[in-house]
Design a protein around this ligand. Sequence first.
Ligand code: NI
Length: 174
Amino acid sequence: MTVKIILTEPNKILRQISQPVEHVGENEQRLMDDMLETMYAAKGIGLAAIQIGFPKRIIVIDLAKDQTEKNPMYFINPIVHNKDTEQTTYEEGCLSVPGQFAEIARPKKIEIEYLDYHGEKKILKAEGLLATCIQHEMDHLEGILFIDYLSKLKKSMIIKKLSKQKIKPERIVV
Ligand code: NI
């Protein structure tokens, strides 16, 4: 397993629409392993393949973080079947939008269909944090970031900040 570089906004690749996976084989499983390793290293709870530069409809999630035993979840070609009309709000961040957070309201419960790590079709009813996390990651598959839900002004301020951070030279201690 390899820790990959996570792309950060602004980056055109993050705005690409990811393509469906036709076959879940060794390459896809290796990609999922790398995604998980990358996500753990960055202390995130979800990651989409596009965030490490692969425009494939693959998501990994682990809500267990460090507190409990690892509980990795893999979602390939996820489709939402049902969305709750009731919404819930979390303060969201994103590994591709480092250091920025905003309150985002999303449907509280969803039902999704997807393929698992072994390519088997699964249906899952999710709510609360898991539902929000899945929806955030599914947005990545469409090239959407959580900052797209903010006002134009807020969004442009965040992008400006991130652009400045990128120009900063790397700090080294020699
Ligand atoms: Ni994200």
